[in-house]
Design a protein around this ligand. Structure first.
Ligand code: MN
Length: 303
């Protein structure tokens, strides 16, 4: 388990408390009971990374590029080490920018990796298309290498950008920027919005997504799960909630189904922000949903 208590990919503090709250809710014990030998690593512990809103003067369109670049690189290095022992990598965020660190490391180990990005947002803005400048909305563009090379801040230039567009599928989208829609279309990326889930049902959507990115069924899978994919009714304490999302059951079914394939090698659970809860019930709902997602991906079944 990799703890990534990081909030520098966006501007709302509190999301860095996610790992701590998930652990206090009993996640480690839950995973041990499922039969896992759990090791906790903390790549950011004791690292004094300067948090500043200063934009890189050369790259003024994105916020905190140095902080995000250094942080995600540390996460990448820790996971690269853990993968030498063929460990399952569960990374707890933090905001979604941390996926630049986790996914790049897992991709390095498994070059035929298939990625399921479960999210209300596509997080594929480039340094040119981003409206907010928040890097948690950009990780996929860096992982896929679709940013113009001369526009990539130096601190983020370590990311190889070798994720192939036919190896990623989205599920749960419902708030996608115009620039992102263009990138998704141009790269012919499989994206299942809430419309597709309503039309086909979650079971069919997962099968279509897996068929698209992993037609042989033999490649390793990674799931990057933003809890805001689930409706704010169930997951209220998150930075960018969008109504009309997955039910909690659909989210858990999805992860249980991925576990069932036997090919899942890594999972991110990101964007739990206890500080954005209006009451204790909101905290409990959000954190227990985050823990349940992790448990289902790691083998918990209803029967
Ligand atoms: Mn996200």
């Amino acid at each position: 388990m990799v703890l990534a208590p990081f909030s520098g990919g966006q501007l709302k503090y509190g999301v860095e408390k996610g790992p701590d709250f998930l652990l206090k809710h009993g996640l480690e014990k839950d995973l041990v009971e499922l039969g896992w030998d759990v090791t906790i690593t903390e790549p950011l512990k004791g690292k004094n990374l300067a948090d500043s809103n200063d934009a890189d003067s050369e790259f003024p369109t994105v916020k905190k590029p140095t902080l995000v670049g250094e942080t995600t690189h540390l996460i990448n290095q820790t996971i690269t080490d853990s993968l030498k022992d063929d460990k399952f990598i569960l990374t707890l965020g933090g905001d979604h920018s941390i996926a630049m660190g986790s996914i790049s490391a897992v991709l390095e180990k498994y070059d035929d990796l298939c990625l399921l990005w479960i999210d209300a947002h596509a997080d594929i803005n480039t340094v040119e298309s981003t409206e907010s400048g928040n890097l948690h909305g950009c990780p996929v563009s860096f992982l896929m290498g679709v940013n113009p090379p001369d526009k990539i801040p130096k601190s983020l230039s370590w990311i190889k950008g070798n994720l192939k567009p036919n190896r990623i599928a989205y599920i749960g989208l419902r708030d996608v920027d115009e620039g992102e829609k263009k990138i998704l279309k141009e790269n012919n990326i499989k994206a299942f919005s809430m419309y597709h889930i309503d039309r086909f049902g979650i079971n069919k959507v997962i099968e279509m997504a897996l068929q698209a990115i992993n037609p042989t069924g033999k490649s390793p899978l990674m799931c990057s799960f933003d809890v805001d994919a689930i409706d704010p009714l169930y997951v209220p304490a998150t930075g960018t909630p969008v109504r009309g999302g997955l039910t909690l059951r659909e989210g858990l079914f999805l992860t249980e189904r991925l576990a069932e394939t036997g090919n899942l090698v890594a999972l991110d659970v990101v964007e739990c922000n206890p500080d954005l809860a209006q009451n204790e019930t909101h905290v409990l709902d959000t954190i227990s949903a985050g823990c349940a997602i992790a448990r289902c991906a790691l083998g918990e079944t209803l029967l």
